[in-house]
Design a protein around this ligand. Structure first.
Ligand SMILES: Cc1cc2nc3c(=O)[nH]c(=O)nc-3n(C[C@H](O)[C@H](O)[C@H](O)COP(=O)(O)OP(=O)(O)OC[C@H]3O[C@@H](n4cnc5c(N)ncnc54)[C@H](O)[C@@H]3O)c2cc1C
Length: 305
């Protein structure tokens, strides 16, 4: 299943694994199960001192496999043969479970570890979906660092009856504890903001301590970013508050009508917007939803959001 080039690359990546991991398969007699067996056998053979494969799993969803550090019970599951776009998700999950640190801020890891509650995420995805890996990787990150978080990435192609029964029309589609959680691209910060309600309150309290802005723009899409650049360039103390910086462009794969740029991708475009806005010292506040706008009490006073 893995060609010699890929195996060599994986061998180099697996050098970074510092703690032994196990791949525990829960199989049936389907073709997908056969492929999972082949895949995890090949992966374990690349670094036998660090990775072992077992086929006696008792996970209710079959075929699937779990990735966990030996002696732990990390809730990282793939009900999929994670090749295609999900191959990176698989490699990252192996590395993180094996103790290699993810590229996220230490505060994010601390927040994940401190989450109080039981969260069972099911992420429906396809191996050709561009927005799916970000979501699968975010869920796996949560599951690696908090044993009360279980994350299973489900390839709709392997579980078609279920996808039809649940009327899943597009991927990624995330279910949390049996109820719909969200659709489309999501980053770990957005997921944390939704499930860690205490964090939103703590963050709001911190925001209330900030000095008022002369211009505070609600919305961090292209329109908000443009407004911020224009205001800040005039020397006005400017802030942006947005649920998600980049707005709809974060869900856009290819952009071909941004004049002077032949072709770009939504997240790349959003990153460029952010860099442009930050260049002018604009304060960007994300993961906050404005619920109310109160006009100034006196002429020339501050409005409150
Ligand atoms: C899949 C897809 C593909 C697209 N492809 C193209 C394309 O190729 N070319 C093209 O020109 N256009 C495309 N578009 C459309 C384009 O993305 C939008 O026209 C553009 O993003 C609109 O910019 P905006 O800043 O007005 O709003 P949005 O991008 O919608 O941004 C709204 C901002 O406001 C924030 N916000 C909203 N309510 C609140 C609140 N209460 N509190 C805090 N923040 C809030 C949001 O988080 C977000 O930051 C596409 C859109 C989609 C969904």
């Amino acid at each position: 299943m893995l060609d010699s080039n890929t195996q060599a690359q994986l061998a180099a990546y697996f050098e970074r694994i510092s703690q032994p991991i196990e791949l525990i398969a829960s199989l049936d007699d389907s073709e997908g199960a056969q492929q999972i067996r082949e895949l995890i056998t090949e992966i374990a053979a690349i670094a036998p001192a660090k990775i072992s494969a077992r086929f006696d799993g008792s996970f209710e969803r079959r075929p699937s496999f779990q990735i966990t550090r030996v002696g732990h019970n990390m809730g990282v599951h793939f009900a999929a043969v994670p090749m295609g776009h999900e191959f990176t998700s698989l490699v990252l999950a192996l590395l993180w479970a094996g103790g290699h640190p993810p590229k996220v801020e230490p505060e994010v890891i601390a927040q994940i570890k401190a989450l109080d509650g039981d969260f069972a995420f099911e992420t429906y995805m396809s191996l050709t979906c561009h927005n799916c890996p970000d979501v699968v990787q975010a869920m796996n990150l949560l599951a690696v660092f908090n044993p009360r978080i279980r994350a299973v990435a489900i390839d709709g192609g392997l579980f078609q009856d279920e996808v039809e029964a649940k009327q899943i029309m597009a991927v990624p589609s995330v279910v949390l504890n049996g109820a719909s959680f969200g659709n489309g691209r999501m980053e770990v910060g957005e997921i944390l903001a939704k499930i860690d309600t205490g964090a939103a309150k703590r963050e709001a309290a911190k925001l209330n301590e900030r000095a008022p802005y002369e211009v505070l723009i609600i919305g961090g899409g292209p329109a908000g970013a443009a407004a911020a650049v224009y205001a800040a360039r005039k020397g006005i103390r400017t802030g942006i508050v947005a649920e998600r910086f980049g707005g709809q462009t974060m869900d856009t794969l290819g952009i071909e009508n941004f004049i002077s740029v032949l072709e770009t991708e939504g997240p790349k475009f959003a990153a460029a917007l952010e860099a442009h806005v930050r260049h002018y010292g604009v304060d960007i506040i994300t993961l906050q939803r404005v619920a109310k706008l109160e006009p100034a009490a006196v002429p020339g006073g501050y409005a409150t959001v």
